[in-house]
Design a protein around this ligand. Structure first.
Ligand SMILES: C[S@@+](CC[C@H](N)C(=O)[O-])C[C@H]1O[C@@H](n2cnc3c(N)ncnc32)[C@H](O)[C@@H]1O
Ligand code: SF4
Length: 380
């Protein structure tokens, strides 16, 4: 059984915590506080060394620096981390190496530095080009900086993603469309389009903004998807739209139930071990705890994924892909027989949520709209 392997590197700091965000991100005490770049870089490498026995002999097909705000780290720091990774893990030739950037910490020398350091793809968190909405989302940048950040990213990188959110407080259909039109005009190869969701334990969960009603959101979604299709962006996944050749290979590996090793505060891993099957791991979440205990057994919590959970875990990911996956991929990724899926597949087919075409299973348009229903059919 050969399962592709990716590496995820978590960078847990941000200048300010956005009120909607439940990622493992921690505001700097003061915006100009220095980051513990070398201490954290060293910790990441100790973390990797500790985890290496779990991935002996395997090659890595993609790397993703996510956050938090990885672009708070200097190009030198990112370069040092990547060099140390390459000295310990074999990266496949042409491996995709993504870094997430906030427009508030973007400049041309920094982006060029990332490219020289080995980053091949930049993901820019724009959210909206509307200044009032940017302010109510608590963003640290304005629309001009957002546009400039994407332009600079495109000057240095062939592969650029732009994150947009819709369904914002007081947002009209016209405003949402104008946001996307501005994004398309900049012409990045990839656009991630997220509906703003209110996550528990965020500022917005305690003081909820007045979001557009469900009918308006539905209308926005239809209009935005049509705009993307007209501009030549194919829907790869629920929220991911790409021009040909610009899909994010790292994310596709998640959705195809590939393996990933996560290093850094709060990073998650999913690994297939020859003698133990599929396991999940989580690193300690707060940067201080992580820095203190990294490299010891205490900082990674491991839990096995039972065979009965595999159909759900697999379909939870695979059915996010618009084109789905070959039915045979389940056995390839899990080492379990395809029969595990048959009863669920037949129920999902009867409810019009899945279709099978030439050996592939994929969600129907209705299945994509009611993804939770589709996925929960495979719950044990
Ligand atoms: C880790 S952040 C990206 C990088 C950087 N921290 C930034 O915000 O610019 C990943 C993306 O997830 C999306 N996101 C985060 N919280 C969300 C929420 N509650 N609802 C919808 N999208 C969300 C945003 O588009 C965000 O850019
Ligand atoms: S900058 Fe990004 S990671 Fe940081 S709090 Fe805002 S959305 Fe979350």
């Amino acid at each position: 059984m050969s399962v592709p392997l990716s590496l995820y590197v978590h960078m847990p700091w941000c200048v300010r915590k956005c009120p909607y965000c439940d990622f493992n991100s921690h505001a700097l005490r003061h915006p100009t506080d220095p980051l513990p770049e070398s201490a954290y870089g060293g910790a990441l490498i100790r973390d990797l060394e500790h985890a290496l026995p779990l991935v002996w002999g395997r090659s890595v097909s993609s790397v993703f620096f996510g956050g938090g705000t990885p672009s708070l780290f200097s190009a030198t720091a990112i370069g040092d981390i990547l060099q140390a990774v390459r000295a310990r893990l074999r990266l496949l030739p042409g491996a995709e190496v993504t870094l997430e950037a906030n427009p508030g910490s973007a400049d041309s020398a920094r982006f060029a530095g990332y490219r020289s350091a080995g980053i091949t793809r930049l993901s820019v968190g724009v959210q909206t080009f509307h200044d009032t909405h940017l302010r109510s989302l608590g963003r640290i940048h304005d629309s001009l900086q957002a546009r400039r950040a994407v332009e600079l990213a495109l000057e240095s990188f062939e592969h650029v993603n732009l994150d947009l959110m819709y369904g914002l407080e007081g947002q009209t259909l016209q405003e949402a469309c104008l946001d996307l039109e501005q994004a398309i005009e900049l012409d990045p190869g990839h656009i991630s389009l997220y509906q703003l969701t209110i996550e528990p334990n965020t500022f917005f969960a305690h003081q909820p903004p007045r979001l557009p009603d469900d009918d308006s959101i539905w209308e926005m979604q239809q209009a935005l998807h049509a705009l993307l299709a007209r501009a030549g962006y194919e829907r790869v996944e629920v929220s991911a739209f790409a021009r040909r050749g610009h899909a994010c290979l790292h994310n596709v590996n998640y959705w195809e139930f590939g393996d990933y090793l996560g290093i850094g505060a709060g990073a998650h891993s999913k690994l297939t071990l020859p003698e133990r099957g599929v396991i999940r791991q989580t690193c300690l979440r707060t940067p201080a705890d992580y820095l203190e205990s990294v490299g010891s057994d205490a900082h990674r919590k491991t839990s096995p994924v039972a065979a009965e959970q595999l159909p759900f875990e697999f379909m939870l990911n695979a059915m996010r892909l618009v084109e789905g996956v070959p039915v045979s991929l389940y056995a390839e990724r899990t080492g379990r027989p395809t029969e595990d899926l048959l009863e669920g597949l037949s129920r999902a087919r009867q409810r019009g949520l899945i279709e099978e075409v030439r050996g592939r299973m994929r969600p129907t348009p209705r299945g994509l709209d009611f993804l939770n229903d589709l996925q929960s059919i495979f719950l044990h």
